[in-house]
Design a protein around this ligand. Structure first.
Ligand SMILES: O=C(O)CCC(=O)C(=O)O
Length: 361
């Protein structure tokens, strides 16, 4: 039985729509390195072409050869490819929306570049936060080393020595990544990696420094200290001063419990060395410093919020004046090619490679 031209036309049109749609999707996914999308498209391609390619190609290439033998078959193939087109489009849009929803917008990226920080709200699921909090509380209670104590740092408000009251108050649970899988999962969180790559403007692997922020930052009740204005990179030695720290709030952080304060745009400033004290904090009683600090903003966070900040951004924090310990997970990342300088503190331990393929969320 011959195939009605209109039906053939419908089928070929569907085929064209599908092919051009999937080609577009494929190339756009490939350009953006959207691996999941590519897999989905590949799967759908297989489904359609494996089952129908011979029939389709014959019909399309040799116009006189009818590749279907009955009207119902035409209807079946026509409807099948149409439904598949719609189905594919839904999958494509859903996947694209999911991926795009987690990506930073152009304005977020340009704000980060302009101001040196970016806050993303409700970034991580409650269960992941609770898991990390549980581990942190347990390690604090059991004094699981390595720990940096308030008394070691001697920041304003800290106990004078480890024998003084509160002398065993923790400031940081160091080496967080090695402490528990929950921290490793967070460091390798897929969305986090993608967002950091956007901020670094790179497609390469990232590295988590084990020598710097790789800790649970704690701010205990009663014996916590304040942190004066500083840039994190003052003691860091990398080929380029371009590192990004990720501060994840495990609980709410506000002015009362010692949240961070940041000076927007200060990562771009060149500050004369005379404006720093010997510990490289901004000097008090310096008119220019006072003017700069007037621009400070409190980076108040709620549980699960994330603060991305540049290693040159000036920041400070107050003491915790509440009755609950504040906990935050802080990791510092650098990009491939920005290596720590040999024989400096930054090169004491190898950075941990966070490859694009690692996916823990
Ligand atoms: O929580 C604080 O006091 C601030 C900590 C800080 O800025 C740092 O360790 O670099």
């Amino acid at each position: 039985m011959s195939c009605q031209p209109a039906k053939r036309c419908l089928l070929i049109t569907n085929m064209h729509i599908f092919t051009s749609f999937s080609h577009c999707a494929y190339h756009s996914a490939k350009e953006k390195n959207e691996f999941h999308l590519l897999l989905a498209l590949y799967g759908q391609h297989e489904l359609l072409f494996r089952r129908h390619s011979v029939t389709f190609n014959t019909g399309y290439l040799h116009q006189t050869t009818y590749w279907v033998t009955s009207k119902s078959q035409i209807m079946f193939h026509g409807n099948f490819s149409l439904i598949l087109c719609i189905y594919m489009r839904i999958i494509y849009i859903t996947l694209k929306l999911t991926i795009e929803a987690n990506m930073l917008t152009h304005s977020e990226i340009s704000n980060f570049n302009k101001y040196g920080f970016l806050i993303k709200r409700k970034y991580l699921a409650e269960s992941c936060l609770d898991e990390m909090q549980h581990v942190a509380v347990n390690h604090l209670e059991n004094h699981i080393s390595p720990i940096e104590f308030e008394a070691d740092l001697k920041y304003p408000g800290a106990p004078d020595s480890s024998d003084a009251p509160g002398g065993k108050t923790s400031r940081r649970l160091l080496q967080a990544y090695a402490r528990d899988l929950s921290f490793q999962r967070w460091a390798k969180n897929h969305t986090l990696g993608e967002n950091l790559r956007q901020l670094f403007a790179t497609k390469n692997d990232l590295f988590l420094s084990q020598c710097h922020h790789n800790c649970v930052m704690t701010k205990a009740k009663t014996y916590s200290s304040a942190t004066l204005w500083h840039q994190d990179n003052r003691y860091w030695s990398f080929e380029e001063e371009n590192l990004i720290s990720v501060w994840l709030a495990l609980g709410d952080e506000n002015k009362k419990n010692g949240c961070l304060y940041v000076i927007p745009g200060s990562h771009r400033l060149e500050i004369h060395p005379e404006r720093f004290n010997e510990a490289l904090f901004l000097k008090n009683n310096d008119v220019q410093n006072e003017l700069l600090i007037k621009n400070a903003e409190a980076a108040e966070l709620q549980k699960g919020d994330v603060l991305f900040f540049h290693s040159k951004l000036f920041h400070a924090a107050g003491r915790n004046n509440t009755s609950r310990t504040k906990l935050s997970v802080v990791f510092t990342f650098h990009e491939f090619g920005n290596n720590p300088i040999n024989r400096t503190r930054s090169a004491e331990q190898p950075s941990i490679q966070i490859s694009r393929a690692s996916k823990s969320d």
